[in-house]
Design a protein. Structure first.
Ligand code: SAH
Length: 260
């Protein structure tokens, strides 16, 4: 009998219809698969039924890793480790399709890590199919001029295209979490802006969204010291608010900032 560990964000997906739906999103046959946090292997079984060519799973919980080994034997390669510390690029020489019903407390951290480490010539994944708590998913897919729009959507859209597959009710999990979830599909963009240092994108968005209800004037002047050239070339109205600027403008602002 497995007792779910709260510290590892263990909420196991038990709704068979949802499990079936997840494996139908993308062709698994003959592909290389990486599953993050397989838990008791509910989704793992469904993925296996679809005949992947190579199948890695990364599970932090030692007891669950032992259980998975008993259940699946040599059909999957189990890595008992922390996904935040693993270099996915070294796992295999083919691009992965990644599945993850991630613990809520690390989901945005892992997404940020993957985005920052993704270079444009050498994608290590083809697609990411990831579960988030609905509120976080809403922020990731938000567009400018909406109240949820902010740093998370700007960072994600820099290198990834993202689509929402569906919402998933909390009753589809055991133990039942407090909030609903959403499933998102990400694909790497073929072309994206190059920055000297991606930390500058994080800095720019941090300063702008620090006071999201205030006008753009103050953060702009902190970063660009009244630089009218930047203002005119990007046609920014400083009376607007941070959520009124498109992602594209934030990428361009980052490039301008790197020229200062
Ligand atoms: N995918 C399974 C389990 C979801 S619960 C299902 O849907 O039923 C989240 C899983 O992630 C748990 O098994 C937990 O032990 C594992 N986990 C938590 N933190 C992790 C980390 N840093 N790296 C890898 N796995 C982790």
């Amino acid at each position: 009998m497995i007792r779910a560990k709260k510290s590892l964000g263990q909420n196991f997906l038990i709704d068979k219809n949802i499990l079936k739906k997840i494996v139908s999103i993308i062709k698994i046959k003959n592909k290389s698969i990486l599953e993050i946090g397989p838990g008791t292997g509910n989704l793992t079984s469904y993925i296996l039924e679809n005949c992947p060519k190579k199948f890695f799973v990364v599970e932090k919980d030692r007891n669950l890793s032992i259980l998975l080994k008993k259940k699946f034997e040599d059909k999957i390669t189990i890595i008992n480790g922390d996904i935040l510390k693993i270099n996915e690029k070294n796992l295999y020489n083919e691009k992965f399709i990644v599945f993850g019903n991630l613990p809520y407390n690390i989901s945005t951290e892992i997404l940020a890590k993957w985005i920052l480490n993704l270079d444009d010539k050498n994608f290590w994944f083809d697609s990411l199919i990831l579960m988030f708590q609905k509120e976080v998913a809403d922020r990731i897919i938000s567009k400018f001029n909406s109240s949820k729009y902010g740093r998370l959507s700007i960072l994600t859209n820099w290198k990834l295209d993202v689509d929402k597959i569906c919402d998933i009710k909390s009753s589809s999990f055991f133990p039942k979490p407090k909030v609903d979830s959403s499933l998102l599909l990400f694909k790497p963009k073929k072309i994206f802006h190059q920055f000297k240092n991606p930390k500058n994108l994080e800095k720019i968005t941090r300063v702008f969204f620090n006071q999201r209800r205030k006008k753009l004037k103050k953060p702009f002047n902190i970063l660009f010291k009244d630089n009218t050239e930047v203002l005119n070339s990007l046609k920014i109205d400083l009376n607007l608010r941070p959520h009124n600027l498109s992602q594209e403008i934030y990428y361009k602002l980052t490039k301008e900032y790197e020229k200062l």
